[in-house]
Design a protein. Structure first.
Length: 227
């Protein structure tokens, strides 16, 4: 299993049960079963092909009976009374929001979310904090030359996030300062480039320059707090 999925597996605490939405090859639930996770395990996907692949992975590991396989869109048919952890990984942040939006039952302190957006992480963080979730922990992981973000969220008291934190993440415990610095540098470069483009554009998007400047200032401040 790759480092990204290993890092997600490390977030999982033993508990009542877990659903891996969009499981594809089923590597995560199989790994959890191998790591002696004792709760109910459900692997779901919207497409039959990936779900068959997940079944195959489980069969090869002699774990097919240990995992429930579910063909459905997002959390639509999730056996919610059997789980306490929802994993949605390897999808765009906007798709993750759409899946969560359709499952109002997960707005409940009984559930923890482990999310790994491939894109639009800022859209996902915005959705989470505006729907009563607290970002309890964030982690960056480098895998195959790319940095991935993993967000662990729980329905709880409101948590304000700055614009810069929407993009970079809300780090209370930084495990790897060097990786965090590299991550912030990449975001700073991205916003500097966007700002340059706006300044040289004949028709800049209204209000965007102020947003870029605000995010940039916040990112630079976050970087300054690293030791
Ligand atoms: C790129 S793979 C990610 C696989 C795995 N979660 C990972 O992180 O490596 C995305 C998977 O999500 C599935 N998927 C896409 N939209 C979905 C939805 N609305 N509900 C459930 N699964 C979905 C796709 O069929 C595909 O198998």
């Amino acid at each position: 299993m790759n480092k990204r999925l290993e890092a997600i597996a490390e977030f999982v605490r033993d508990g009542r049960g877990l659903i891996d939405v969009g499981t594809d090859h089923g590597y995560l639930p199989v790994r959890l079963a191998q790591r002696a996770y004792t709760g109910f395990l459900c692997a779901s996907d919207i497409n039959p092909g990936p779900l068959d692949a997940a079944r195959r992975t489980a069969r090869e590991a002699l774990l097919e009976d240990r995992i429930r396989f579910l063909l459905c869109d997002g959390l639509d048919d999730c056996p919610k009374e059997r789980i306490d952890t929802i994993v949605i990984a390897g999808m765009g942040g906007d798709l993750i929001c759409r899946i969560l939006d359709r499952a109002e039952w997960c707005l409940d302190g009984a559930y923890s979310l482990i999310l790994q957006p491939m894109t639009k992480a800022e859209v996902l963080r915005y959705w989470l904090v505006n729907n009563g979730f607290r970002l309890e922990e964030e982690r960056l992981v480098r895998d195959g030359g790319r940095i991935y973000q993993i967000v662990f969220a729980r329905f709880s008291a409101n948590m304000p996030l700055s614009d810069a934190e929407l993009f970079a993440g809300a780090f209370e415990n930084i495990r790897d300062e060097a990786l965090c610095r590299e991550w912030l540098d990449a975001l700073i470069r991205r916003f500097e480039k966007e700002l340059q483009g706006l300044l040289s554009s004949a028709h800049p998007e209204e209000g965007r320059e102020a947003i870029c400047r605000g995010v940039l200032a916040g990112l630079i401040e976050m970087k300054g707090k690293l030791t």
